[in-house]
Design a binder for this molecule. Structure first.
Ligand SMILES: [Zn+2]
Length: 145
């Protein structure tokens, strides 16, 4: 998936919410949050269309925009991208920190408990460093045999 900038993400959220929308509606939603002009929104929309994340068609005087990628898919992709930038030895620690800071219902907690119980059947002896030497200090690479 092509990367989505912070500004583009703001626009995508409106398109995901409305499913089909116009630049006018997007401006109405975002104007209390951002002081963007019509041309800024139109530039962002053009970029999203160019990236293949949004499609548009003309209806009378207006263009109708709709998403080509689901919100869930994009959210997951963004998180995966962040994790890919970090040594995999540090992932579990970061998840733990996120878990600590994430607001959760009792139901969410139940889901996590079940997942952890399943995960017990699927652990590794050691998580290896997957970094290029010189970009990470842990250096716990798998021994080449
Ligand atoms: Zn590493």
């Amino acid at each position: 998936m092509k990367s989505i900038s912070d500004a583009e993400w703001e626009v995508m959220r409106v398109i995901w919410t409305f499913k089909e929308t116009t630049s006018k509606e997007i401006i109405a939603v975002l104007s209390p949050k951002k002081e963007w002009s019509t041309s800024t929104i139109k530039t962002l929309l053009a970029r999203l269309v160019e990236k293949g994340l949004v499609t548009s068609y003309r209806q009378g005087k207006h263009y109708i925009y709709s998403p080509l990628i689901s919100e869930e898919e994009a959210q997951y992709s963004e998180l995966k991208k962040s994790f890919a930038r970090i040594c995999q030895k540090k992932h579990a620690g970061l998840l733990l920190q996120l878990l600590d800071e994430t607001l959760m219902t009792n139901d969410d907690l139940q889901t996590f408990s079940k997942k952890l119980a399943q995960k017990k059947q699927n652990t590794v002896e050691e998580v290896y460093c997957n970094c290029v030497p010189g970009q990470c200090l842990c250096m716990h690479h798998r021994k080449e045999s």
